[in-house]
Design a protein around this ligand. Structure first.
Ligand code: SF4
Ligand code: SF4
Length: 184
């Protein structure tokens, strides 16, 4: 590939690269537990067809990480690279995009091979989800989201220490996940 082509981004290509990356992380394992328990991030979207899936795959939804995925990416050391990749992609909006067909991409992503990590997390999630409590999944996802955002945003060592401590406590029962992360 010539140097010029390497810099040439293509909307379909970045979506493909993003989806491959998510597959390499094993995101689908977690979605399979989240969706039947009422946690789907696609609920109410006009592009969603029941039992069929998304009809309008776009750069925005591909780039977006829910709290569960943000946590996995953070712990696996992938979140900064992921954000740096998507920051190059213009026109991202809510559940749709205005991304042009061609644009410049300087940093591409290499697909990781850490599906075992999300598989372990999904197993823990399934086990820990209390019977008949639809709010638990939502609450867990939102709290993880908040902690990771804080850790990415704040550099103050005291705030970070407090956040790390709370995050550790929140996830203390994700036993399989913690064992899996030691294998990274
Ligand atoms: S919220 Fe996260 S885990 Fe749930 S369906 Fe969406 S991407 Fe998957
Ligand atoms: S456009 Fe986004 S929110 Fe809507 S169904 Fe597709 S992935 Fe889900």
């Amino acid at each position: 590939m010539s140097g010029l082509k390497e810099l040439q981004g293509n909307k379909q290509k970045v979506i493909e690269v993003g989806l491959e990356f998510l597959h390499g992380v094993g995101a689908d394992y977690i979605c399979k537990v989240c969706i039947p328990n009422g946690g789907s991030c696609c609920t109410g979207c006009r592009s969603l067809i029941n039992e069929v899936g998304c009809q309008e795959r776009n750069t925005s939804c591909t780039a977006w990480l829910c709290g569960f995925l943000k946590y996995i990416f953070y712990e696996a050391g992938l979140i900064v690279g992921w954000e740096k990749f998507w920051i190059q992609v213009p026109g991202r909006a809510y559940r749709e995009d205005f991304t042009p067909d061609y644009f410049t991409v300087r940093n591409w992503l290499d697909t990781p091979k850490i599906r075992f990590l999300s598989e372990a997390f999904a197993e823990d999630l399934k086990e820990l989800q209390p019977y008949n409590n639809l709010f638990w999944m939502h609450e867990m996802k939102e709290t993880l989201d908040r902690y990771i955002d804080n850790l990415l945003e704040f550099t103050d060592p005291e705030i970070r220490r407090k956040n790390e401590k709370e995050l550790k406590y929140l996830t203390k029962d994700f036993r399989r996940f913690h064992l899996a992360i030691e294998q990274l």
